[in-house]
Write a protein that binds this ligand. Sequence first.
Ligand code: PLP
Length: 393
Amino acid sequence: MSTDPKKWVAGHVASLPKSGIRDFFELVAKMKGQDVISLGVGEPDFVTPWHVREAAIYALERGKTYYTSNLGLIELRRAIASYVAEHFAVDYRPEDQILVSVGVSEALDLAFRAFCNPGDKVMFHQPCYVSYHPSITLVHGQSIAVPTFAKDNFALTAGALRAAWQPGAKILMLNLPCNPTGGTCTREQLEAIAAFAREKDLLVLSDEIYSELTFEGTHTSIASLPGMAERTIFLHGFSKAFAMTGWRIGYACGPAPLIDAMMKVHQYTMMCASIIAQEGAIEALQRGWDNVCRMREQYHRRRDLIVRRLNAAGLACHSPRGSFYAFPDVAVTGLTEKEFAVGLLEQEKVAVVPGAAFGANGAGHVRACFATAYDQIIEACDRIERFVQKIRK
Ligand code: PLP
């Protein structure tokens, strides 16, 4: 008897859209060997600093090859507590307020599973990181997308939140600085958002994975504002600022009963993050800050270059205050973001991501990641300029 295997796929999984990024990179993969410059993938071009790699090698040499506690190595949780207190001005107890996860990705998944009942509503600003909406769908939650705009440098405002709020909203998902826009909020804007969260009794999930890559002003964590630590899960990790994407290591901090709820899910699913990665993470936190600053300087230079060049090419591009993404408006070309990205790839061999991959509010824009060597960015911008000139003729 012939059968269609698709019938076994759960309905809510079948309904997930194919990631716009994956879709586009299948196209890029077909052009392998053709001198494509990728401004597509959101990944540092730096290799993890040597002293961190060495710490992991040394851990293996000492035979550290076993499971750790579900919450993670206590030495790592202590290092995280010190780091978060110093850089984000929030105090968490290593014993029961910190959970080490397999990247921020796992921490996000745990949070949605632990806090979102079917039908619960989750607010998030959009354009946003590709995984938020699908993660909410996977727990049968409902998404409320709150638009942010180029004219505001893509900062989220309390006014926009209020306009989008609906009865039943339970969770507010924040990502500041934001992937893909680089937008973030001033302290005053954040205070207004915090007041809104308290007024509406929202639990805040704050994904601050790009916080060290803040180029203007200082980053403020919403968890550090009065009355917010008790309703915030602070999510952070090593992938971006420490150039450790492949290590798969992140963490969640928050009120003990909430971390315990996430831990309940984690203990039956991932159990723990890799001990080798955890050993590397301890080293990164204890002696890695100089390298973080050096990499940030490089990103800062590249940001200034790409923003200047994109604007000179005729593509309006605000200057992202954080992250390593530029998010230019391509409407001036008369092409949709998808047509622009495909045309640029096929004609000039530069890969950028169509903005609609980050939600409907990303339409009309593309994301260009500047975690790429300075010279490559110059060459990519030359090609973008040529492409725009050709289109506009
Ligand atoms: N959150 C945001 C906003 C991201 O951009 C990414 C990766 O691109 C992640 C989370 C996932 O990070 P990790 O590598 O720690 O799982």
